[in-house]
Write a protein that binds this ligand. Sequence first.
Ligand code: ZN
Ligand code: ZN
Ligand code: ZN
Ligand code: ZN
Length: 350
Amino acid sequence: MKTFRCVCNNQLFFGNTVCLACQREAVFCPRCREVTSLVPNDDGTFHCGKESCAAHLQKCHNYVTEFVCNGGIEISDDPEQQQTLCEHCRLTEVIPDLTIEGNRELWARLEDAKRRVLYTIELLNLPIGRTENDVEPKLVFDFEADLDTPVYTGHDNGRIIINIREADDVEREKARVAFREPQRTLVGHFRHELGHYYWDTLIKGQREEEYRALFGDERSPDYDTALAAYYQNGPAADWQGNYISAYATMHPWEDFAETFGTYLDLVSILDTARHRNGRDFRGQDCAKLLAEYQQVGILANELNREMGLKDLVPEVFGPKVAEKICYVHRLVANAGASTKDEKRLTAATA
Ligand SMILES: [Zn+2]
Ligand SMILES: [Zn+2]
Ligand SMILES: [Zn+2]
Ligand SMILES: [Zn+2]
């Protein structure tokens, strides 16, 4: 993630709600897509503090009332059309029960991770299914707690369900150790589940043959058979040559989701390392991106090891794994290009 500037020239970070130098309130502006300071108007509304943008804004309801967001919403000319939730909060359909102590904090962590990951999706111009466009399936987030029945984190036809227990550090670390994962994070969950979403959006019914040639046939064995076999036998001993993670060996859908998630790791880390925001990942050579990611990864891993922390980039990118990552790179570039073209078309005809 890049950093941003307040009107006072102090640095602002993605999650900021206030500038620590001048105490001005900060907002993620939906027009210029930066975190900027809010310039108040007399009527309780605001302007984006970035001079070249100056969008007329109000704060998201989840910013003002719930303290789980720092998003702004553009003020509509038609008061009847005025949204009260920002574009990111609108995608969440089920929130935790806020009468239970601690749930607000878990919700805030979930929204923070979700916003961060969606920022990368937007950087890549990937289509997002919303009620106001014709992209299918629609993307929806549910943050649910175990009640009478356990909640499984997963994806179902555009609906990404996250068990709110995953936002609890102790619970998540227990699960990480139990499943022998090198990392388990909220952003990681969102990136993985979005991999399933983009399989539905970009591959299903469109590119299944080319996908199967690289990841295998998702129809046989079927998902449930593969799942049972994985939990009984574990991954093959030599999985590292062909798969990005042990879990990716379970089924071709999981292989794609794990690969897609890792591709989003790569994009967000290189974006942060080189402040590439605005620079187009589409035109870039995939082998060069991978080499650069490994270089940054080695440095970050060594820094982490010096501090006794887990590796930032635990994956090994053999030729077969690199081929899968580069497949995702081309897939995303294509989808991003057509989204951009559509936007241009809409702008031209509107
Ligand atoms: Zn400031
Ligand atoms: Zn702005
Ligand atoms: Zn919001
Ligand atoms: Zn999955």
